[in-house]
Design a protein around this ligand. Sequence first.
Ligand SMILES: Nc1ncnc2c1ncn2[C@@H]1O[C@H](COP(=O)(O)OP(=O)(O)OP(=O)(O)O)[C@@H](O)[C@H]1O
Length: 408
Amino acid sequence: MASYTSSSAISSSSLRITNSMPIKGLLSFPPTPSPLLSFHKASTFISLRASNKPLTKSFQVRAVATPTESVAGFDDMVAGTERKYYMLGGKGGVGKTSCAASLAVKFANNGHPTLVVSTDPAHSLSDSFAQDLTGGALVQVDGPDYPLFALEINPEKARDDFRDAAKQNGGSTGVKDFMDGMGLGMIVDQLGELKLGELLDTPPPGLDEAIAISKVMQFLESQEYKMFTRVVFDTAPTGHTLRLLSLPDFLDASIGKILKLRQKIASATSAIKSVFGQEKNPQDAADKLEKLRERMIKVRDLFRDTDATEFVIVTIPTVMAVNESSRLSASLKKENVPVKRLIVNQILPPSASDCKFCAVKRKDQTRALDVIRSDPELSSLSMIQAPLVDVEIRGVPALKFLGDIIWK
Ligand SMILES: Nc1ncnc2c1ncn2[C@@H]1O[C@H](COP(=O)(O)OP(=O)(O)OP(=O)(O)O)[C@@H](O)[C@H]1O
């Protein structure tokens, strides 16, 4: 059993225990990974700080742990230099961002130039890293050993781009009215069938995210971003993710139809041509839409690529969250999205003397864990148990701490 004191480095160069309290246990700080967590003390204070920088921020994390049922298989996740994508998703508030950010930190500390992307319209990556990552551009995260960049995609901006491209290609209600007035009923019918006006004016949940992910694909195709060998997505809560999965197919079909329609209209009458003549460069708009369509197909294929992609479900030990995770797992399987791991986050740490509240809570959690073990969808997944720690997980040192517990 390892014993760490104030002089022991608990990680690669960036972190050091700075107080004098000993930590005893099998906490898996490199280089001594352990398959089990078992603590002598239920909780121990450690203080972490970035060693190469002035001690502007020092904080304490109460290290708590609980026995894990299986390990994450991080060796497998970190192996190879070809690019891999990890998408973390689950019910709102279960800890998706914390788990995604901790995985990204761990990849970066293990030699992978890593990109972590939030496609959740309610971003919390900035909060998680305690760094301003807003603005829709790549921002380098301070702290990890290898480059770690974060990107919060602005879904509204992405949607506006899409809306503009689609409008220029005949999707707007204005063009629809015009064509109606011209007696081109057949085309109007097709537009009606596409329900495009509705789609663009009140986009269904998930559209933003689909477009955001397609935007990320656009980034990743460029030479500048070729360096990233691990890409971690912090996705929106379950409902959005589920809709997102069916959206690329839907959009693929819709955009294909818009493009065909555009061709038909363009050759129909010169009057209609003049409508499209309002575009500065109609060919540009068509190309933009065609590119978006291609990226949508890539996104769809990426979700199903067993070699390159894995969807990790994050849940908490409550029956409600577990049931939702089960439905998510079923939907992902139906869509042929590869899922192997389930993180059960915020498990109460062991304690010799539970208060009444904790005892009831623990019983509840045990019941939820039993539900997972007997759930036909979830029982086959590798279950990773992550402890509830009694401080907020904020900043790289704290994320490293969490990551070293979860990703082993
Ligand atoms: N294992 C844990 N122990 C203690 N606190 C945790 C743990 N995991 C997450 N938290 C805290 O729970 C809160 C929600 O976590 P997080 O933002 O990661 O969840 P989320 O699923 O991404 O939420 P949302 O659905 O709102 O995006 C944060 O304050 C985070 O610090």
